[in-house]
Every structure is written in structure tokens, then in C-alpha cells.
Design a protein around this ligand. Structure first.
Ligand code: HEC
Length: 263
């Protein structure tokens, strides 16, 4: 009846060792399994996804409006001139370039001639780096339509897109820098807004480069280059900013022949 007890008899000391480690093993496995199974953290809580509906809020939207008077982190745009290109009076008007009473040219372009409410001095120091950056960005975003020197003869226009007005006439030479910034930001007529592609600092860089182009095409017309801080002698043209930081103006385009883009 009995099994060969000789084979089954285990030394009691050995048995205890074996069963101990087996129990440890089991416990460890159970612990691991349980700790995974018991994972109740934030990922399991009820939550909303962007643009989904909500049964909780009365308006049915999961995405909430900002409470009045609050500003998301990183969006405190205190320097209004820098972010809008408008003067304090211009800020109050919601529409872009509101005071403008535009006419239309033969190509159907809006010819803005009233630039009130727009700032006429750069809100950033105009440095060589700024103009270089502007050149680079202009060649990425604007040259395709506005052309290498701003005459509105870019490749897309050559292939049929409607021709934008040239930067190189008195109307736009005398237009305040805020106008260019405003058009990049809000678009105008047939031109789209570039606000989502070109951040504010780059917009100013592009505006500085447009001024450079204007100088390059009109080397002796110094008095027209800036609405304020006009250059006093025709050989030295300055692009000025109000240089809040140090109060000194930086001349960047002193010789029309060395201006970027037309070397
Ligand atoms: C797809 C072609 C296209 C591109 C790209 C483009 N523009 Fe324009 N832009 C136009 C056209 C067309 C107009 C004339 C719009 C109108 O008045 O209907 C215009 C108008 C303007 C004006 C207004 C000029 C005026 O008469 O007051 C400015 C300033 C301007 N663009 C700057 C820029 C800058 C800066 C960029 C690059 C960030 C840019 N544009 C990119 C086509 C373009």
C-alpha cells in the first residue's frame, strides 16, 4: 500500500527551506499582481477631452471660457504696442486698422491711406541681428508674393496670384511700422493673417527688413523712411526704434548699397 517511503521522506529541515522560498515567491507574485490590479490614480478619474461635450456644465461644453480678468500663464501681453502695433487709441478699436478708409487699386488691392492708431516707431531696438532675422523670415513667408525687393512680383504672382501693392512707393514708405505689423498680424484684403506662423518678435524683424528694402530701392529718399525720427541727411538713413532700454537709436542701414537682399 504504502509508497516507497524511502523516496518521499524528505529531511524535515530541507522541507522547511523549500516551502519557505515557495511561499516567498508566491507572496511576491501576489503582491505584484495586486499592486498592478489596484492602480486607482488620476488616469482613471472622470475627465474631459478638448472639444467634447459635457453633461455637467449648462452650456454643454467641456472646454471652459477663461474666467474674466484672468490671463493664461505666458500670455500676459502687457506691451500692447509690441503685440498689436497700435497706439493706445488704436487699441480700443477691435477691427484691424479701423480708422482706415481704403480705396481699391486696379489690381483690386486695398489701398490704405489712413494709418491713424498705428505706432510709427519700432517697439524693439533695431539691430543688425533683427534685420538679418527679418530677411530670413521674409524669404520664408513673404518673398513668394511680395518679391525679392518688395515690388509685388514674387513667384506666386508670376504664376497667377493677384499682385500685391509695391512697398516701394510713397504711400507705403510713409506708412508707419505699425501698419506692416498689423497686416502681418490680421491680414488685409486678399492677404491672409500670418499670426499663427510668424510670432510677434519675428513680425517686427520682418517689418525692419521691409524698411531696409524700402531704403534699398530709394537710396536718396531719406526723409520718407520713417514717419518719425526721419534721417536728416540723404546719405545716412536710419531706422530707429524708441529703444526703451537704453534710449539710444541704432542705425542699421547706413548705405543703401550694402542693405541686405540687394547686394
Ligand atoms: C500669398 C501671397 C502673399 C503672401 C505670402 C504675403 N502677402 Fe502681403 N499681400 C498680398 C496681397 C495680394 C496683398 C494686397 C491685399 C489687398 O489689399 O487686398 C498684400 C498686402 C500686404 C500689405 C499691405 C500693403 C498695403 O497696401 O497697405 C503688407 C504690409 C503685406 N502684404 C506684408 C506682407 C508680409 C510682411 C508678408 C510675409 C509675412 C506677406 N505680406 C505675405 C499677398 C501676400
Amino acid at each position: 500500500m504504502s509508497r516507497n517511503s524511502g523516496q518521499w521522506i524528505v529531511d524535515s529541515g530541507q522541507w522547511t527551506e523549500l516551502s519557505k522560498s515557495a511561499i516567498y515567491c508566491l507572496l511576491l507574485t501576489a503582491f505584484c499582481l495586486l499592486s498592478v490590479g489596484c492602480r486607482y490614480d488620476m488616469q482613471d478619474q472622470p475627465r474631459y477631452k478638448a472639444h467634447k461635450k459635457s453633461d455637467f456644465f449648462r452650456d454643454g461644453k467641456a472646454m471652459r471660457e477663461l474666467p474674466e480678468g484672468t490671463v493664461p500663464r505666458g500670455f500676459l501681453r502687457e506691451d500692447k504696442a509690441f503685440y498689436t502695433g497700435k497706439t493706445d487709441a488704436g487699441q480700443n478699436n477691435a477691427a484691424p486698422n479701423p480708422a482706415a478708409t481704403p480705396a481699391t487699386d486696379a489690381a483690386g488691392n486695398t489701398l490704405v491711406t489712413d494709418f491713424s492708431g498705428l505706432i510709427s516707431e519700432f517697439p524693439v531696438p533695431v539691430t543688425e541681428e533683427l534685420v538679418d532675422r527679418g530677411e530670413q523670415r521674409y524669404k520664408v513667408f513673404c518673398i513668394v508674393c511680395h518679391g525679392p525687393v518688395g515690388n509685388g512680383d514674387g513667384m506666386i504672382v508670376k504664376r497667377g496670384f493677384s499682385k500685391p501693392p509695391t512697398y516701394n512707393d510713397d504711400r507705403l514708405r510713409n506708412a508707419p511700422v505699425g501698419h506692416f505689423y498689423d497686416v502681418i498680424t490680421n491680414g488685409q484684403g486678399k492677404m491672409n493673417s500670418y499670426a499663427s506662423q510668424v510670432p510677434p518678435a519675428d513680425r517686427w524683424a520682418i517689418v525692419a527688413y521691409i524698411r531696409t528694402l524700402q531704403i534699398s530701392q530709394n537710396p536718396n529718399g531719406s526723409a520718407q523712411m520713417t514717419s518719425t525720427n526721419r534721417a536728416t541727411n540723404s546719405n545716412t538713413q536710419t531706422m530707429t526704434s524708441d529703444n526703451r532700454s537704453n534710449g539710444s537709436n541704432t542705425a542699421v542701414a547706413t548705405d543703401a548699397n550694402t542693405v541686405g537682399g540687394v547686394r
